[in-house]
Design a protein around this ligand. Structure first.
Ligand code: SAM
Length: 252
């Protein structure tokens, strides 16, 4: 159970969305780009799913900007979904927002059907061991992506879209194009967002995550390799905005 006294929050048009820095994978920085992107590309849709939602900040920001009527949040980490449910309860969003602890879409009920799935998934390949220590950054052998693309068709309305933000330091469009086609979906395009955005605070977020891990004791349990990888990514600049690209696909 997360100590609610340590929660931070972002406020989007009156929705207070709670998180802890350790579970923030970029929603408070480049994650803000989803609002202008979804607004200009799709406008308001019926239902949005945020896959790999963490505390659901991107999804809540889309809901708060009236870009959907209903929202579904999915993450493998029970702590993240606990925070999603806390935000739902604190803002009286029961009936509008659902949240599921699920490895991929395995535990998502069949009656969940969406017009748009957005995601900021783990951006780097790695071993199963690295994944266990770092659910935010690692997708081992890309199985999280592969299983998602294999299963999502059953949860999409006809013509439903999927928009993932990816990191060119860890992947390229050609591999997603292949994976999307192999799973019977239609790759539409890749693009880079170059519109207005808040100042890059990724380093600040990284430091907040580190101090959070010291406080809750996960600093040492994760092992030195996790922190070394994180530091290496920061030094190499792999979290810079210009490395992010978007992958749009859809159900035929
Ligand atoms: C880069 S973080 C994004 C978190 C949040 N959406 C954000 O933008 O800050 C990736 C998220 O993917 C989740 N994740 C990793 N493997 C998953 C899986 N197999 N199924 C569902 N979620 C998964 C992690 O728990 C983590 O919250």
């Amino acid at each position: 159970m997360i100590d609610k006294k340590r929660l931070k929050f972002e406020e989007y048009n009156g929705i207070k969305a709670f998180y802890i820095p350790r579970l923030n994978g970029g929603a408070t920085s480049f994650g803000h780009d989803f609002v202008p992107i979804v607004k200009s590309m799709f406008g308001r849709v019926g239902t949005i799913c945020e896959f790999c939602s963490g505390p659901g900040l991107i999804g809540f920001s889309l809901l708060a900007n009236e870009l959907c009527d209903r929202l579904c949040l999915v993450d493998i980490n029970p702590e993240a979904i606990e925070l999603c449910r806390y935000t739902i309860e604190q803002n009286g969003l029961e009936g509008k927002v659902d949240a599921f602890v699920s490895d991929g879409l395995k535990n998502v009920p069949a009656n969940q059907v969406w017009d748009l799935v957005i995601s900021n998934p783990p951006h780097f390949d790695g071993s199963e061991k690295e994944y266990k220590n770092d659910l935010i950054a690692i997708d081992p052998g890309w199985r999280v992506h592969r299983e998602f693309y294999a299963d999502v068709g059953a949860h999409l309305n006809k013509g439903g879209r999927i928009l993932f933000v990816e990191n060119s330091a860890g992947s390229n469009y050609a591999m997603w194009e292949k994976m999307i086609k192999e799973n019977g979906l239609v790759p539409v395009k890749e693009f880079v967002y170059s519109g207005p955005r808040p100042k890059n605070n990724i380093l600040k977020n990284g430091m907040a995550r580190l101090s959070d891990s010291v406080r809750d004791g996960t600093l040492f349990s994760k092992g030195i390799r996790y922190h070394a990888n994180m530091a290496a990514r920061l030094v190499k600049g792999t979290y810079k905005y210009d490395k992010f690209y978007y992958v749009l696909s859809q159900k035929a």
